[in-house]
Design a protein. Structure first.
Length: 272
């Protein structure tokens, strides 16, 4: 049995019954496992508890605020943040167990981990954001904080950091259907952030944004080397970049669409 290290694994969830066990079981050496659930209607909570997690309910606040709230429930100041569809490789589990004891005695603020993407059931081999994407995921809660945004949050810190080499895995969306549903939700959340900031609308940029986003992912980030999967991921990213601008334009032109869209997303189980 792995020796427990004094940190908390935190996972924020809603309806993740098919994934949560794999995520929790990949970190057997965490002294505490905490799941912050925002109202699952499947077996997420029961499965999480069966796999050693303490479960706290919190109505959804947005990704950044939800993660910051979760940190206040942790019994340990050091935190490993994973999503339910992410899990450690054996190599990273070994590296964490070897390096963390000394690191947690230092004044380090955060640890940068490398994430590899599984897309359409297979690991991506060439697409740069999917092969060793660097993400701050292990941190001291008094030295780092998540950005206060509804979506696309990032860990903010000013102190020193360390980088680990072995990857963790992101089993991204079982199908393109789930991916497109996520695009709808993430676009809506991003547009709400833009509304809060009264961001100007620049619809004339939209065709160029689509073309540049596709070129960046398919060519500059080497998506083309992953064949049709690379094309699919580049096209989806470009569509997301264009769609959220069109949706924001609609919000500004037709304010009533905010409520009707929110209701539609809630009925579908996407927004909560």
């Amino acid at each position: 049995m792995a020796s427990l290290l004094p940190f908390t694994l935190v996972v924020i969830t809603r309806n993740e019954a098919q994934k949560i066990a794999r995520c929790l079981d990949s970190v057997p050496f965490a002294a505490e496992k905490l799941v912050v659930d925002s109202g699952s209607t499947d077996d997420t909570v029961a499965i999480a508890r069966a796999h050693g997690a303490r479960v706290v309910h919190q109505d959804w606040l947005g990704f950044g605020p939800q993660r910051n709230l979760a940190a206040t429930h942790c019994s340990h100041p050091w935190i490993l943040a994973l999503d339910a569809d992410e899990y450690l490789t054996p190599g990273l589990a070994d590296e964490l167990q070897r390096r963390l004891p000394a690191l947690m005695e230092s004044d380090t603020a955060a640890v940068i981990l490398r994430r590899h993407l599984i897309y359409m059931g297979k690991p991506m081999r060439w697409y740069r954001p999917a092969v060793g994407e660097k993400m701050a995921r292990f941190y001291h809660r008094d030295r780092a904080r998540w950005s206060d945004v509804r979506v696309h949050e990032s860990l903010q810190f000013n102190g020193t950091s360390a980088t680990f080499h072995a990857p963790f895995l992101h089993d991204n969306n079982p199908s393109l259907v789930e991916k497109q549903l996520k695009v709808l939700l993430y676009s809506e959340l991003k547009c709400r952030d833009w509304m809060d900031k009264n961001k100007s609308t620049r619809m004339w940029q939209t065709p160029f944004v689509f073309a540049l986003a596709f070129f960046k992912d398919y060519v500059l980030r080497l998506g083309f080397l992953d064949g049709w999967r690379g094309y699919a991921i580049a096209q989806t990213a470009a569509s997301y970049a264009a769609y959220k601008r069109m949706r924001y334009y609609e919000m500004r032109m037709n304010p009533a669409s905010r409520d009707t869209a929110a209701a539609a997303l809630t009925r579908s189980g996407l927004d909560h």
